[in-house]
Write a protein that binds this ligand. Structure first.
Ligand SMILES: *Cc1c(COP(=O)(O)O)cnc(C)c1O
Length: 443
């Protein structure tokens, strides 16, 4: 006996859409929600081939880098204490330098998150009297405390480092006149955020970042250019360090950790810049020589190895989320037919109750902590209350299926992750179902 699945393909009896519906039903997902999601999936699935191709080429790039660095079983071993001569740690940094095509890299589990990595890069590469300039509007929420835009003990502002920025144009493009005017004699470092963060603006392609860097070099050739690469890694074939950035920075519990890295951050860039960062992470004189890998080397390697395909799974999930929510009449950014440059999908739900409800649904799809109910709360480094849904293997990991957003106008919820596409899809269905169950959405 054979039956046809929704794509009209032959499937063995007992499998396919009808059997599939039963397991979705076990999650409390109605047939209507399943069919809406499957229809949306059918519309966007032709886009998946391009995402898979990028994952294929990036996987090869990673494997080649590991081979070129002679990664061996010995690299998986741990060191303790000072961590002198940790070949696994040192080689991993070489691997990162090859992947990002930079002179050097700092990849450490002692870097506790993306904000910490970015803070190291900012503190390390500026001195009192210098100015940091952002040509793409206000930086990510947590950096506002680091810089001292929000009063915070120990901020760059306390050390005499100032900050200025140029907003993007109303159409989301770069304001070249404003940027030229904003770069001054004491501008030491330019910070470009690739991804949207919790803002309305779109993310930038590596090509666009390259254009921007060229322009900035024309205005001030010797300025350090740093890219906040969070959520952008492996979504394209090249990284911002290949179009002129001196420093690229990100978190290992996002794309580049592949869902396996238990903690960590990376900074890849020019030798001088990396040494500046190492001086802040450890101490001047010690630099990269110290820092035990403890038991983390294998996990960081394995995560690096899986990162391109895990990023692709998250991207496909984001594309599906946009297609489903467009069908339901919500504004989504990027739109389902737009090219993506990061894994974030902003769904404009325009109602705090809907944001909370969707996040509850995402939480219910988790393999870990599915029974918890997320609630909005203040978070360190963020100005508004934040709701975060994440049932994670790695606490707070946002390459895993997650949804979050600040409870503020226009009530966007940011959907990201899914270590696998089927899990991303389950999350989207659970999110929609929760909105229906809470009486906030009629199908
Ligand atoms: C996640 C993120 C960061 C850093 O956040 P952490 O939670 O500290 O890892 C910085 N910038 C952007 C754009 C981000 O998305």
């Amino acid at each position: 006996m054979r039956s046809e699945n929704i794509y009209g393909e032959q499937m063995p009896a007992g499998s396919g859409a009808s059997a599939g519906n039963a397991i979705y039903e076990a999650f409390g997902i109605s047939e209507k929600v399943v069919s809406i999601c499957r229809e949306a999936e059918k519309e966007v699935s032709p886009r998946f081939a391009a995402i898979d191709e990028i994952a294929e080429l990036n996987t090869l790039k990673v494997v080649k880098a590991m081979q070129d660095c002679q990664i061996s079983e010995a690299c998986m071993l741990e060191t303790t204490g000072y961590g002198y001569n940790d070949i696994g740690r040192d080689r991993l940094e070489e691997v990162y330098a090859k992947i990002f095509k930079t002179e050097d890299a700092l990849v450490r589990s002692q870097i506790v998150c993306g904000t910490h990595a970015l803070a190291l890069a900012l503190f390390g590469n500026t001195r009192p009297g210098d100015e940091i300039f952002s040509p793409v509007g206000m930086p990510y929420d947590t950096l506002q405390s680091v810089i001292g835009i929000n009063e915070a003990r120990g901020s760059l502002k306390e050390y005499g480092v100032s900050f200025s920025y140029a907003d993007l144009l109303p159409d989301g493009g770069f304001d070249f006149d404003g940027i030229r005017a904003g770069i001054k004699a004491n501008t030491k470092l330019v910070e470009i955020q690739r991804s949207r963060g919790y803002s309305e603006r779109r993310s930038f392609s590596v090509g666009e970042i390259g254009e921007l860097i060229k322009f900035i070099r024309g205005v001030k050739p010797d300025v350090y250019i740093m890219v906040d690469n969070c959520y952008g890694e492996y979504t394209e074939l090249i990284e911002p360090s290949e179009v002129g950035a001196d420093i690229v920075v990100g978190s290992l519990i996002k794309n580049p950790g592949g869902g396996i890295a238990p903690v960590g951050g990376y900074i890849a860039g020019r030798t001088e810049c990396i040494e500046n960062c190492a001086a802040r992470l450890t101490a001047p004189g010690l630099y990269k020589e110290v820092g035990p890998s403890l038991g983390n080397n294998r996990l960081l390697y394995q995560g690096t190895f899986l990162a391109p395909t895990v990023t692709a799974a998250a991207e496909k999930s984001a594309v599906l989320a946009s297609a489903v929510f467009e069908k339901l009449g919500f504004k989504c950014s990027p739109a389902s037919d737009e090219v993506r440059h990061d894994i974030i999908e902003a769904l404009t739900l325009s109602d705090p109750a809907k944001v909370i409800s969707f996040c509850k649904g995402i939480q219910k799809a988790a393999a870990v902590d599915h029974f918890a109910a997320p609630e909005p709360a203040p978070m360190p480094g963020y100005e508004s209350d934040i709701i975060m849904a994440a049932g994670c293997f790695i606490s707070g990991s946002s390459i895993e299926l997650s949804a979050d957003g600040p409870l503020r106008e226009p009530y966007n919820v940011f959907f990201q992750g899914g270590l696998s596409y089927p899990h991303g899809k389950l999350g989207i269905m659970m999110g929609v179902q929760e909105l229906v169950n809470d009486g906030l959405l009629k199908l």
